[in-house]
Write a protein that binds this ligand. Structure first.
Ligand code: CP
Length: 363
């Protein structure tokens, strides 16, 4: 059985096939109207969402299927202390496929290891958001006609921006992608994304805190929100929240065919006046999200007999994960597992959240 936890669970060819299916669904919706008749999708959202949850639900209805689920942790038995593993086992008795969003990093991976139906990661804390990535790739493909030979600027919260981490990971497999990372120092891209993804794949990237300097070079500008909910310290949030505001005046410096993407929700980082600029693609992105999630549901329900090939990691009793937002830090009965990465020296990463392992006595 296949699940989608990280975008690299799918090969490049599989991602391209999903994009092709989404384009066909857009052209011929009637062909797919009964494709999931009799099937149920469970949307388990432990964190707020508008687009991801409702686009999954719309996708399943448009495929002729049904939807069950909840939209906040407080209305589920998680509020009584039920573990993610038990929740996944239980929901597998009711639904054919699960889409899960959770504030703890690695929660959907835990669900996929315990469910007997496919699990889709609909966003786990500040870690990954692979279905947003599929949405972004489809949007870039439909707007630019290609997924190669592009200069892409990521701007805003690159530290906690799970959509950024997943999209960089996906783009690292395409030819001649140049990445410009635009953020304040406090919200810079995590080191593991640089070393394990960009350096390892010899991706061309450049870090700056100046949107003005980067803008004229970009084919795509991927704006992100500074996420209040990820800050432990509200003073830092207040200081950083207005770091970047894209205005019509700034857009005069951008290429005439540059695309502005944003996973949304937006707060104030893109001026509303830009919405009528033909380069603003973020509402087209929303429609693409439904199309690609339809393609994804079809793919996973059609591959329940296939075997997952993910690195399951190994137990190292001397290590624990240092990340307080990792599911292993909160659900104490989970056995932490680690994979080794050969960089300049061998390092160990938690398989649930990808942060560094530390010696237990150092935590
Ligand atoms: N892009 C995105 O994940 O939006 P929601 O949080 O509304 O689902």
């Amino acid at each position: 059985m296949r699940s989608l936890i990280d975008i690299v669970d799918f090969t490049l060819e599989e991602v391209d096939e999903l994009i092709a299916t989404a384009c066909d669904i857009h052209q011929n919706p009637q062909k797919y109207a009964d494709a999931c008749k009799g099937k149920k999708l469970a949307t388990l959202f432990f964190e707020p969402s508008t687009r991801t949850r409702l686009s999954f639900e719309a996708a399943m209805y448009e495929l002729g299927g049904n939807v069950i689920g909840f939209s906040e942790a407080s209305s589920s038995s998680a509020s009584k202390g039920e573990s993610v593993a038990d929740t996944a086992k239980v929901i597998s008795c009711y639904a054919d496929i699960i889409a899960m969003r959770h504030p703890l990093e690695g929660a959907p991976l835990v669900a996929s290891r315990n469910a007997t139906v496919p699990v889709i990661n609909a966003g786990d804390g500040g870690h990954l958001h692979p279905t947003q990535t599929l949405t972004d790739l489809l949007t870039i493909y439909r707007e630019k006609g290609r997924l190669t030979d592009l200069t892409i600027g990521f701007c805003g919260d690159l530290k906690y921006g799970r959509t950024v981490h997943s999209l960089i990971s996906a783009l690292s497999r395409y030819h001649n992608i140049k990445v410009v990372l635009i953020s304040p120092k406090e919200l810079a891209i995590p080191e593991y994304v640089k070393s394990d993804v960009m350096d390892l794949n010899e991706m061309h990237y450049f870090e700056t805190d100046s949107l003005d300097e980067a803008l004229p070079e970009l084919d795509i500008l991927y704006m992100t929100r500074i996420q209040r909910e990820r800050f432990d310290d509200l003073e830092t949030y207040e200081r950083l929240k207005d770091s970047y505001i894209l205005t019509c005046e700034k857009m005069q410096e951008a290429k005439g065919d540059m695309c502005i993407l944003h996973p949304l929700p937006r707060v104030n980082e893109i001026s509303v006046a830009i919405d009528s600029d033909p380069r603003a693609c973020y509402f087209k992105q929303v429609l693409n999200g439904k199309l690609i999630r339809m393609a994804l549901i079809l793919k996973l329900l059609g591959e329940t007999d296939k075997v997952e090939s993910r690195d399951e990691g190994l137990e190292h009793s001397e290590f624990c994960c240092a990340n307080p937002r990792c599911i292993t830090s909160v659900e104490q009965e989970l056995v932490p597992k680690f994979r080794s990465v050969e960089l300049k020296e061998r390092v160990y990463r938690c398989i649930f959240c990808e942060k560094d392992a530390v010696l237990k006595e150092e935590k």
